[in-house]
Write a protein that binds this ligand. Structure first.
Ligand code: QV4
Ligand code: CA
Length: 512
């Protein structure tokens, strides 16, 4: 009996670390600010066929409408209620998207903003995405309903009611993050409202949650909320499946709150990953690719089983949140493809690919003056659809990094090598490195300012392989470079430092 309870409790907590991917898929893509109708189509025409495991969607619940600046992306991080109408669409469009994506094997993960409601300066009225009336000054949100009794004011002891010192865990969790009205999650009533919201989404078929601003919530409160969550919908997931939980905690070291405090509750975002990888790829701070031989825990990252990793996210690609200038983004496309390629080839962590929209970047003294700009929109502020063309690219300001051939093909690479060990490491003690994944895949990078010319042990069965970076296998032909692997597993690689993409990747399913 005791053993049974132990297994049950441990099994339950472990399950929240599992993304519940279908059919051996391995990566999430964040379709930042996409409309539900476009995500549904993208699942069917692209993500399903290309082997993506899931989509992180923007917050689906009612949010404030900000006029000045006009309709910034960050208005969606200011909830007004848990009604499911947002800039991305209505509840019925959301429901339709979830089932259409599930049908083609693509999971949906919801960005859950549960630490707070809108900012204290959010005013009063019906300037909200479903038109619900609210009053920020009176802390009155009748559509939930939450009243001033449901906020943390009495627990915060700073003069401004704001977080003033990140060295003080009580402030970080009980005071307002940039003026956002901080919910009293220790109250059973508030926990119940939050759990109802999440359970409604679970019942609709989502596979889990990105938990926003986790650092600003007490682990005990989250444990109580997660404990109330339903199992996943058995139309799509096997009985007893727990929602996947990945928690946004920015921990670069040196603050009162550490990622570690949340490991027992689910996975945690590893922000060191993108910050360090950016330095390596940019060759800043004396970093070299060859130093990444022990990438992962060897670099002081959290344990593999707890980590959710990414090169950039919707905050640090525009200077919000953390990571600083080293973060690589689509703006540095050549470096970006290499960084994402490295992440997807490496076994560490559950991987998330970013998919962005373009904005009028305007950096003055290190700060982007237009870091607020929302998605491509019409004059009335409504989000534009994502047009896709026959060459796989997107239009109207949607970047669609996940559709860049090099990135799409590395998402597949990760599926093909799933479960295989990091193997056959090689480096030139500078910025040329190579590594394999057992006998299923091999990747070679040249980030030096000279050519790479080397015969390497790939660990792969002999044959001719198609490089999935310069091209791909189409039927029985290869549109890119061809790599000959000998019967001894050795192959010759030549990568010019002038190549459009100075890396090469082959895998079991790119064999000709
Ligand atoms: C302003 C002033 C405040 C003042 C307040 C008064 O700056 O000093 O108290 O008015 O009302 C927006 C504005 C911000 C404004 C605030 C409240 O940018 O200037 O405060 O609204 O009106 C996103 C954006 C924020 C944005 C917020 C809400 O990044 O700029 O704030 O949405 O719209 C820390 C956290 C981490 C967080 C990261 C950005 O530990 O959790 O900062 N990351 C997540 C999300 C992020 C989101 C939030 C958390 C909040 O990824 O996108 O913030 O939900 O590191
Ligand atoms: Ca809080």
């Amino acid at each position: 009996m005791k053993l049974f309870i132990l297994v049950a409790v441990f099994g339950l907590s472990l399950a929240q670390h599992n993304p519940n991917f279908k059919h051996g898929r391995t990566s999430i893509v964040h379709l930042f600010e996409w409309r539900w109708a476009d995500i549904a189509k993208e699942c069917e025409r692209f993500l399903g066929p290309k082997g993506f495991g899931g989509v992180q969607i923007s917050p689906p619940n009612e949010h404030i409408l900000v006029n000045s600046p006009y309709r910034p992306w960050w208005q969606r991080y200011q909830p007004i209620s848990y009604k499911l109408c947002s800039r991305s669409g209505s509840e019925s469009e959301l429901r339709d998207m979830i089932s259409r994506c599930n049908k083609v094997g693509v999971n949906i993960y919801v960005d859950a903003v549960i630490n707070h409601m809108c900012g204290s300066g959010g005013g009063e009225g019906t300037h909200s995405s479903c038109g619900s009336w609210f009053s920020a000054s009176r802390e009155d949100f009748p559509s939930v309903p939450f009243s001033n009794l449901d906020f943390n004011d009495h627990k915060c002891h700073t003069g401004s009611e704001e977080i003033e010192n990140y060295g003080d865990a009580n402030q970080v969790r009980n005071c307002r993050l940039v003026g956002l009205l901080d919910l009293a999650l220790e109250k059973d009533y508030v926990r119940g409202k939050v759990a109802d919201f999440m359970n409604k989404l679970i019942d609709m078929g989502v596979a889990g949650f990105r938990v926003d601003a986790t650092k600003h919530m007490w682990p005990g409160d989250l444990s109580a909320i997660y404990g109330r969550l339903h199992n996943l919908n058995t139309n799509w997931f096997s009985g007893g499946s727990r929602p996947f939980i990945f928690q946004e905690v920015i921990d670069l070291g040196g603050e009162a709150i550490s990622s570690r405090e949340y490991f027992h509750l689910g996975r945690v975002t590893e922000f060191k990953y993108g910050a360090k990888l950016g330095n390596v790829i940019r060759k800043w701070n004396g970093e070299k690719l060859s130093y990444t031989k022990n990438w992962g825990e060897g670099w002081g990252f959290m344990s593999n089983g707890n980590a959710l990793v990414f090169v950039d996210n919707h905050d640090n690609q525009r200077g919000h949140g953390a990571g600083g200038a080293s973060i690589v983004t689509f703006w540095d496309s050549r470096l970006y493809k290499m960084a994402v390629g490295y992440m997807l080839a490496h076994p560490y962590g559950v991987t998330r690919v970013m998919s962005s929209f373009r904005w009028n970047r305007n950096i003055v003294n290190g700060k982007d003056q237009n870091d607020w700009m929302g998605p491509p929109s019409y004059g009335d502020g409504s989000t534009k659809p994502v047009p896709v063309y026959s060459d796989q690219t997107c239009g109207d300001g949607w970047v669609c990094e996940h559709r860049w051939r090099q990135i799409t093909n590395m998402v597949k690479f990760r599926n093909v090598v799933n479960g295989q060990p990091h193997s056959n490491w090689w480096d030139n003690q500078s910025n040329q490195v190579a590594f394999g994944r057992g006998n299923r895949g091999f990747i070679v990078f040249n980030n030096d300012d000279w050519n790479l010319d080397a015969t390497l042990n790939t660990g792969m069965p002999g044959g001719t392989y198609c490089d999935v970076i310069s091209g791909q296998k189409e039927g029985s032909r290869c549109t890119g470079k061809q790599i000959q692997v000998g019967g001894d597993g050795r192959a010759h690689f030549r990568i010019s430092n002038q190549d459009e993409d100075p890396f090469v990747a082959i895998h079991a399913e790119s064999k000709l």
